[in-house]
Design a protein around this ligand. Structure first.
Ligand SMILES: [Zn+2]
Ligand SMILES: [Zn+2]
Length: 364
């Protein structure tokens, strides 16, 4: 039985979250209702909480939903290939599928893009985020079936792991024998290590801060060959050492706010190498940026945000295959009511408590 309303955490202002009951709507032929099993906590949740990432308030945050379909229209069931009872991973983006960019195969750049967690509760039916017991699935959702036997806190890693595949493998075309420098050892940095390892990279180098000791140890466990503490070591020097002076084929920046990784990447990538920039810098300019180096070395620099279906599919295959110890990077489960604590823990606002991958597990 589906209840009449869902408990949800609603963001009403910057650093303001409150619990509310929101009516669960009737669905039409093309939509569905998801009962949330887990919702991943993401760095961008903190940006939204802080107000750096503007959201149309009030809003239900949460864009990494894993759950079970509890109601679905016949049209949606047919198009998505799922039915009531199926466990699904839900993609964050809701694209129009009709604009020239969607039609050209780049739905992540849709000109009319909507994003779960960034649609106000004032837009019916209001349940547009997964900090909630139940969530509305729009007709244009993309869902992926997921093995129902896996623990929810592991299955929900499809999102960060999907980013690892898209940013560190698909976009830079990482392949067998490549040297990859991953800058930042957070959940997306670690996911990049796992993805590059699966793709056959044979020299994986990960950078982090002094306080990232545990994350760097985990990076090694996931297959990194070298780790660099950027506070006590010279990144450019060390990368040259461990690549016999050749530099990296690919550099992926997933570090938040720091600008030095960008100039370091330009310095250490090999001639003809590729740099993927995925860490946001709060719109700061990059000091010491010298474009001539990019020209001289014929470097390709690409920006990346979000994940597309192929990345999610690779992530789900890795999760379901079960040969990577993903539990090692899962540090916290939080109750829905503790969403604020979850966000602040990820952002290192809670002294002594270090979060890598964490999620909300709603009670039903
Ligand atoms: Zn996310
Ligand atoms: Zn579109």
């Amino acid at each position: 039985m589906i209840p009449k309303s869902s408990f949800a955490m609603v963001q009403t202002g910057s650093r303001k979250l409150e619990g509310r009951e929101i009516a669960i709507p009737d669905i039409d032929d093309e939509s569905a209702i998801l009962q949330i099993e887990a919702c991943g906590i993401c760095g961008s949740d903190y940006e939204q909480f802080e107000g750096q990432l503007p959201a149309p308030l009030p809003v239900v945050p949460g864009h990494e939903p894993l759950g079970r379909i509890v109601a679905i229209g016949d049209g949606a069931a047919r198009r998505w290939g799922v039915d009531v009872g199926d466990r699904v991973a839900v993609e964050t983006l809701i694209a129009c599928r009709n604009c020239p960019t969607c039609v050209s195969g780049h739905y992540q750049r849709c000109t009319d893009l909507r994003v779960y967690s960034l649609i106000s509760t004032g837009t019916p039916p209001g349940l547009w985020g997964s900090y909630s017991q139940y969530m509305f699935l729009d007709a244009h959702s993309i869902v992926h079936k997921m093995d129902p036997k896996l623990p929810a806190e592991i299955a929900v890693m499809f999102n960060p792991l999907g980013a690892g595949y898209r940013w560190a493998v698909e976009i830079p075309k990482t392949g067998v024998g490549d040297t990859v420098l991953i800058m930042g050892p957070g959940q997306r940095g670690l996911a990049s290590v796992i993805a590059c390892r699966e793709a056959g990279a044979t020299n994986i180098i990960v950078t982090g801060l002094a306080q990232d000791t545990e994350k760097l140890a985990l990076a090694r466990r996931y297959g990194a060959h070298h780790v660099i503490d950027v506070e006590s070591e010279d990144v450019v020097q060390r990368v040259k050492e461990v690549t016999d002076g050749h530099g990296a084929d690919v550099a992926v920046d997933v570090s938040p706010y720091a600008t030095k990784p960008v100039t370091d990447a330009i310095e250490v990538v090999r001639r003809g190498g590729t740099i993927v920039l995925a860490g946001i810098k709060g719109y700061k300019p990059i000091p010491d940026f010298v474009s001539d180096v990019i020209v001289g070395k014929e470097i390709t620099i690409k920006g990346a945000t979000g994940v597309t279906s192929s990345g999610y599919r690779s992530a789900i295959r890795t999760i379901e295959a079960g040969n990577v110890d993903l539990a090692a990077m899962h540090t916290h489960d939080f109750a829905l009511e503790d969403a604020e604590l979850a966000i602040r823990t990820l952002a290192r606002e809670i002294p002594g408590d270090e979060s890598i991958h964490s999620c909300l597990i709603p009670e039903h």
